[in-house]
Design a protein around this ligand. Structure first.
Ligand code: ATP
Ligand code: MG
Length: 170
C-alpha cells in the first residue's frame, strides 16, 4: 500500500487521461457528494454527458460547486481530466480564494490501458487522437504541476493506483 496525504477540508484535483480511472478511483475513495465531475456538470446543464458545446457552462457550474463547498469547509474532489495547466489554474484560483489547501493526484496508466478501457465503454466514443493528445499534454505539464500544487502524488501504473490509501490531514 502507499499512503497519500490529502487535505481533510481542501481540494483534491484528479489528473489523468480519459480511461485512466479517475471516476473509478473517486468512487473507491470518496463519498459521492464529495466528488464533482465534469460529466455530471455537463449533463446537468445539457441533459447530455458528451455535449461538448456545453463545456463552458459545465465548468462554470463545476467551479461554482467547488467554491461553495470549499467555503463551507468541505473536502472536494474534482473528477475531470485536468491535463491542461489552464484547467488546473482556474481550480487553484478558486482554492486560493477560499484559503483552501489543494493537492493533485495523477493517475498515469500506459496508453494501451486507457485506450482498451475506453473501447469497452458504452459511454465513451473517443476519436483515436484524443488519449495520445491528453498524454502529451500531461507529460508536458508535469513539471509545472509540481510548482502549482503544494502536494502532488503521481501514481504510475494500475498496481500503484489500486494500492493507494488516502490519509486525510488536518
Ligand atoms: P473519463 O475521463 O473518460 O471520465 P476516467 O478516468 O474517469 O475517464 P473511469 O471511468 O474511471 O475513467 O475508468 C474507465 C474504465 O476502466 C471503467 O470502465 C472502469 O471500470 C475501468 N477501470 C478504471 N479503473 C480501474 C481499475 N483500477 N481497475 C480495473 N478497472 C478499472
Ligand atoms: Mg470519468
Amino acid at each position: 500500500t502507499r499512503e497519500l496525504k490529502i487535505p481533510a477540508t481542501g481540494l483534491v484535483v484528479l489528473v489523468g487521461v480519459s480511461g485512466s480511472g479517475k471516476s473509478h478511483f473517486a468512487r473507491r475513495h470518496f463519498r459521492p457528494t464529495q466528488v464533482v465531475s465534469s460529466d455530471f456538470c455537463r449533463a446537468a446543464v445539457s441533459d447530455d454527458e458528451s455535449d461538448q458545446a456545453a463545456t463552458g457552462d459545465a465548468f462554470e457550474l463545476l467551479h461554482h460547486i467547488v467554491r461553495t463547498r470549499l467555503r463551507r469547509g468541505l473536502l472536494t474532489v474534482v473528477d475531470a481530466t485536468n491535463v491542461q495547466p489552464r484547467s488546473r489554474e482556474s481550480l487553484l484560483a478558486v482554492a486560493r480564494d477560499q484559503d483552501a489547501l489543494a493537492c493533485a493526484i495523477v493517475l498515469d496508466v500506459p496508453e494501451h490501458v486507457a485506450v482498451e478501457r475506453n473501447a469497452a465503454r458504452p459511454d465513451r466514443d473517443l476519436a483515436p487522437h484524443v488519449v495520445p493528445r491528453q498524454r502529451r499534454e500531461l507529460r508536458r505539464g508535469l513539471k509545472s504541476l509540481h510548482r502549482e500544487f503544494k502536494r502532488v502524488h503521481v501514481l504510475t501504473g494500475v498496481d500503484e493506483i489500486d494500492a493507494a490509501v488516502l490519509v486525510p490531514e488536518r
